[in-house]
Write a protein that binds this ligand. Structure first.
Ligand SMILES: [Zn+2]
Length: 252
């Protein structure tokens, strides 16, 4: 089978791929703490693995993964790298402009990190206004929450760790996985699903290391498994495959 990974194609392979297709997939990740048991590149590995699986099923070219995102709230953990949202927006606009110049008219961002979502929404708006290009951003946790009711109020918790195992279980060390509750910023707050006061969300700009010393959170991380991850992975890939087919039908 011919590769769908743009970095493995020659320029003429890419040109040929775009002669009968105007959609590309752009995986976007992050390099940041996901607890003592997951690799720093968890979001990057997940985004890339999903993008590759979807690209292969649909014959859609996949851009090189963007391995760094907006992760300022995790900078307290060594190895974390941050690009501020505005800079990330500019970088992703320019990356997409290169593909638009050579035939892309539809772009699916497979985003592995929640902190990137706002920047990618701005990118999609920019590309539509400037070029009439349809871009959208998909994330496994919001999609699976909406599709199958998955409880995803976690970071490097049971589900993300399982998803990471589906992407590459060799770089997850379950011996180090430990469920540690977060400490509320003051007695009246709770931090079960983001910070809340009297049950209502209160977004506070607190770094994650103020709430947990281990850089990950979520219930029952010890229950993570590759089997769970494979199921989530397949469900999400199936969704993205359907989404690609539908994006191709939008008249532009
Ligand atoms: Zn993550």
């Amino acid at each position: 089978m011919k590769t769908v990974m743009i970095e493995e194609m020659s320029w003429s392979d890419f040109q040929e791929a775009m002669s009968s297709n105007d959609l590309i997939i752009v995986p976007v990740g992050s390099t940041e703490s996901h607890g003592p048991h997951n690799p720093l590149g968890t979001d990057t590995h997940i985004a890339l693995a999903v993008a590759k699986a979807v690209g292969e099923k649909m014959g859609v070219p996949v851009a090189p993964v963007m391995p760094i995102g907006f992760a300022r709230n995790l900078m307290g953990f060594p190895g974390t790298v941050n690009l501020d949202g505005e800079l990330l927006r500019q970088v992703m606009v320019q990356v997409c402009e290169a593909f638009i110049r050579h035939g892309a008219k539809r772009i699916l961002f497979i985003n592995g990190h929640g902190g990137n979502a706002n920047a990618l929404r701005f990118v999609a708006n920019d590309l539509y206004e400037k070029y009439g290009v349809i871009a959208t951003n998909s994330e496994w946790w919001t999609t699976l929450h909406q599709l199958i009711g998955l409880n995803v109020s976690e970071h490097g918790g049971k589900h993300e760790t399982s998803f990471m195992m589906a992407a590459n279980h060799r770089i997850v060390d379950m011996k180090k996985a430990k469920t540690v509750p977060r400490t509320p910023p003051a007695d009246g707050f709770t931090v079960d699903e983001g910070v809340k006061f009297r049950g209502a969300s209160v977004p506070l700009p607190l770094p994650v290391d103020k709430l947990t010393p281990q850089g990950s959170y979520g219930e029952d991380v010890e229950g993570a498994s590759k089997e769970i991850g494979d199921r989530l992975f397949d469900t999400y890939v199936d969704f993205c495959v359907g989404l690609c087919a539908e994006l191709r039908k939008i008249l532009i």
